[in-house]
Ligand binder design. Structure first.
Ligand code: SAM
Length: 184
């Protein structure tokens, strides 16, 4: 068998595996959607508090939350102008903010270039099917303020850090309990 065919077969297998993993992650979040806020609220609030100490958000600012889940930390953000995007229909369905949420993935967001004053993403990037594509999209839809919180125990942490540093000018790295928060 020629090397090219082997390469195509292996690539197909890898793509299949990535899709399988994504579906497993989605069924996890869909299954825990009823108890999500109870499970994660406290730790996510801690992260948003740190972000708000480091990123100035005005009441007129337009905010995007990528991988927003139920938007558990939105009540602390001092603007009503928040949009979220997440591929878990169950998490969105359980959210009191669902009218402001889009069912979709970070990798292909139906949003305009430079549309948001601040883009945040809390503990979601390690779940993206294509991290590089997701980060490029985050950069595209944002202006110049971003706060990206990454799960420290993720095996993809080093890769994510490298990609963030390639794409953005990081001002500060905050070492939070479970996450590292990149202030950009
Ligand atoms: C640990 S939860 C964090 C949710 C929310 N950011 C919070 O602070 O509660 C991870 C989230 O990433 C979302 N996610 C998974 N794959 C994604 C993708 N490709 N694009 C955007 N979000 C994704 C999941 O559906 C889930 O809501």
């Amino acid at each position: 068998m020629c090397i090219y065919r082997l390469w195509v077969i292996n690539n197909k297998k890898i793509n299949y595996l990535i899709i399988m993993i994504f579906h497993l992650i989605m069924s996890y979040y869909n299954n825990i959607s009823s108890g999500y806020d109870e499970l994660y609220k406290e730790e996510q609030l801690n992260k948003i508090k740190l972000i708000l100490q480091n990123v100035k958000i005005n009441s007129e600012d337009k905010i995007l939350d990528v991988g927003c889940g139920t938007g558990v930390s939105w009540d602390l953000i001092p603007t009503q102008n928040i949009v979220g995007i997440d591929p878990s229909n169950e998490l969105i369905e359980k959210s009191k903010h669902k009218k402001n949420m889009i069912l979709g993935k970070a990798e292909k967001m139906p949003l305009r270039d430079n549309e948001f004053d601040v883009v945040i993403s809390l503990t979601a990037i390690h779940n993206f099917e294509d991290i590089k594509k997701g980060l490029i999209e985050i950069k595209r839809v944002g202006k110049d303020k971003f706060a990206l919180s990454i799960l420290k125990k993720s095996k993809k942490l080093d890769f994510i850090k490298k990609e963030i540093n390639k794409l953005f000018k990081v001002k500060k790295e905050i070492n939070e309990g479970k996450d590292i928060i990149f202030i950009i």
